[in-house]
Design a protein around this ligand. Structure first.
Ligand code: DAT
Ligand code: MG
Length: 136
């Protein structure tokens, strides 16, 4: 039984030259990269991607940020539990709280610029993969 997640190196992670490091960590952990592309996310896709946060005060800022430069989008496959394991590798949303050894805990300090996105469950993974990798 396998599971797929949508993972994205955000514009700050790409600008900082962390794409290789992040992909390397995911690969070395044993996950399989089954989709990979770079793009500047369209505003409409960003608003849909972060639709659950539409009413939050930071929504505008979030959409501005995620569309501000190229991102690297990944479809990542692993055994059942992969989605949660990838979230654990990322660390908590606020990098200041993220444990050392996690991606956010090692490379970020600000909640609004936390360098990586990963689906938070099976439903969001299916939704996000369908949105960003419709060809799959
Ligand atoms: P995660 O990215 O860990 O799934 P989330 O889904 O709660 O976190 O929020 C999505 C993104 O929105 C998050 O990566 C960064 C931004 N964000 C979350 N809370 C925020 C806040 N209080 N202020 C500014 N940006 C925030
Ligand atoms: Mg989230």
């Amino acid at each position: 039984m396998s599971e797929r997640s949508f993972v994205m190196v955000k514009p700050d992670g790409v600008a900082a030259g962390l794409t290789g490091e992040i992909i390397g960590r995911i690969e070395r952990r044993g996950f399989t990269i089954v989709g990979l592309k770079t793009a500047v996310m369209a505003r409409s896709a960003a608003e849909e991607h972060y639709g659950e946060h539409r009413e939050k005060p930071f929504f505008g800022e979030l959409v501005e940020f995620i569309t501000s430069g190229p991102v690297v989008m990944l479809a990542v496959e692993g055994p059942k539990g992969a989605i949660a394991a990838l979230r654990a590798m990322m660390g908590t949303t606020n990098p200041l709280d993220a444990a050392p050894g996690t991606i956010r805990g090692d490379y970020a300090l600000e909640v609004g610029q936390n360098i990586i996105h990963g689906s938070d469950g099976e439903e969001s993974a299916a939704r996000e993969l369908g949105l960003h990798f419709p060809e799959h």
